[in-house]
Design a protein around this ligand. Structure first.
Ligand code: HEC
Length: 132
């Protein structure tokens, strides 16, 4: 009788913790490179970052029209560190984080991307920057 009561209260406590845990966690949906990221980069960046004749490509070596080019980065190396948007210069420049010279904020000479798109880029990088 007592042990039954104990079992019930343990169950109730367990369920409560489970429910609390779930509601506290923010649902993050997987971001797709092909469906989400690539169209965004095409619209916002490709006019200047397409090989071989655009200004951004010629100055930096960065082309964004394929996954392979994007991951290769600039002449100096990668602009994306998979899993680490905090350390990825693509995210730093697009967000115009403190320390980023306004002259190289991207898109170059234009208004910043809307926060929803910046968040999408961040999540994609943090989820491993996959070609998904
Ligand atoms: C209007 C043209 C233009 C657009 C649009 C543009 N860029 Fe650029 N981008 C440039 C130019 C020009 C440079 C070279 C800047 C320099 O070195 O002075 C550059 C350089 C870069 C670099 C390398 C910076 C460095 O020197 O380390 C990155 C990363 C970059 N762009 C990302 C982006 C992303 C991401 C977008 C879209 C959100 C974008 N760019 C949109 C023109 C553009």
């Amino acid at each position: 009788m007592n042990s039954h009561k104990l079992l019930v209260s343990t169950l109730v406590l367990g369920l409560g913790l489970l429910a609390g845990g779930c509601s506290a966690e923010k649902p993050v949906k997987p971001v797709s490179f092909q469906k989400d990221v690539q169209p965004l980069l095409k619209a916002a960046c490709a006019e200047c970052h397409t090989a071989p004749n655009t200004e951004g490509y010629q100055k930096s070596g960065l082309a964004v029209t394929t996954y392979e080019e994007l991951m290769k980065g600039t002449k100096l190396g990668p602009v994306i560190v998979p899993g680490q948007s905090l350390n990825s210069s693509l995210n730093r420049l697009a967000e115009g984080r403190p320390g980023v010279d306004p002259s190289i904020q991207m898109p170059h000479g234009k208004v910043k991307l809307p926060e929803a798109q910046l968040a999408l880029l961040r999540q994609w990088v943090d989820q491993g920057a996959k070609n998904n």
